[in-house]
Design a binder for this molecule. Structure first.
Ligand SMILES: Nc1ncnc2c1ncn2[C@@H]1O[C@H](COP(=O)(O)OP(=O)(O)OP(=O)(O)O)[C@@H](O)[C@H]1O
Ligand SMILES: [Mg+2]
Length: 268
């Protein structure tokens, strides 16, 4: 299921889910937004989460990343992280991009990414005074490395000096992924990355997702875009009214009569 492992190390890590959630539940007052949701994602795999509007998909991320009060258990690389706050989870390698783009509009595209990397802030006042040339070189190095990484996320150099609001919408979505990924991630949670994307942008997204998988990132993607999710997902979790309606391979999900009735049937 996870390919042929070439070393014992890879085999061991392939058997260990990068992220496992068990029996997740979220309530907003009297509303049960999520109940009894359990899934796992392995390094180098992509888990799709689908379901109609209001099904609880984003709430599931809020629950996983400890942004809301929730019940259940969250394991990151075999470690029980249920009690950790969002920043603790990010420090352990779990990163999230949000459904809505969120940028520092007063900074350029490049400086948005440099800010996330944190290099700029740590150039340090004392070292800047004692060794201004060295500090400037470190800043230049940070910007060069940031520019290289942005290009990898499909954001060409011609956009780097612009405000995020001045670049095309499709590139903004890629910037959201780049900012979430930052210095790197073991688990990357994306919330509708393909929303509003056209054909060419969609191709760029598919190839980026493939590249992240090949690098061993465990990717989770919430999507309404069926064609995309069926093409890129190794496993799919279907949510409906906060419950886990089905969980399986794309073929199993497409063939599941409950899914067809509750969800796929409506959009075909
Ligand atoms: N902060 C909140 N307070 C109260 N109710 C909320 C809150 N956030 C979400 N909800 C409700 O919880 C349910 C699940 O919402 P959620 O945003 O998780 O759905 P979703 O599957 O992400 O939908 P969409 O496809 O529209 O993004 C909905 O009924 C929503 O109105
Ligand atoms: Mg949502």
């Amino acid at each position: 299921m996870h390919g042929t492992a070439t070393t014992a190390n890879i085999a061991a890590s392939a058997r260990t889910p990068a992220l496992r959630v068990q029996d997740l539940g979220v309530r907003y007052g009297a509303l049960i937004a999520l109940e009894g949701v359990s899934w796992e994602v392995f390094p180098g795999e992509l888990l799709g989460i689908i379901g109609p509007n209001g099904a609880g998909k984003s709430s599931c991320y809020d629950a996983v990343t400890a942004m809301v009060r929730r019940s259940g258990r969250v394991e990151l690389k075999s470690r029980d992280v249920t009690g950790l706050p969002p920043y603790g989870l990010a420090a352990l390698g779990m990163k999230r991009a949000f459904q809505q783009n969120a940028f520092f509009d007063d900074l350029s595209v490049l400086d948005n990414f440099v800010a996330v990397l944190g290099e700029h802030a740590h150039a340090g006042l004392v070292s800047s005074i004692l060794n201004p040339v060295g500090a400037a070189r470190r800043r230049d190095d940070a910007r060069l490395s940031a520019a290289g990484q942005l290009a990898r996320f499909g954001i060409p150099a011609s956009y780097h000096a612009l405000s995020p609001r001045e670049i095309p919408y499709g590139v903004q979505r890629m910037l959201s992924i780049a900012l979430a990924y930052g210095r790197g991630a073991d688990v990357l949670l994306l919330d509708e990355p393909a929303a509003g994307l056209g054909g060419e942008d969609m191709d760029a997204l598919v190839s980026l997702l493939g590249e992240l998988k090949r690098e061993g990132v465990a990717v989770v993607v919430i999507e309404h875009h069926m064609e995309l999710i069926m093409a890129v997902a190794d496993r799919i979790c279907v949510l409906d009214l906060g419950r886990q309606l089905a969980y399986g391979s794309p073929a199993e999900i497409q063939g599941d009569p409950r899914v067809r009735e509750a969800y796929l049937g409506k959009v075909q």
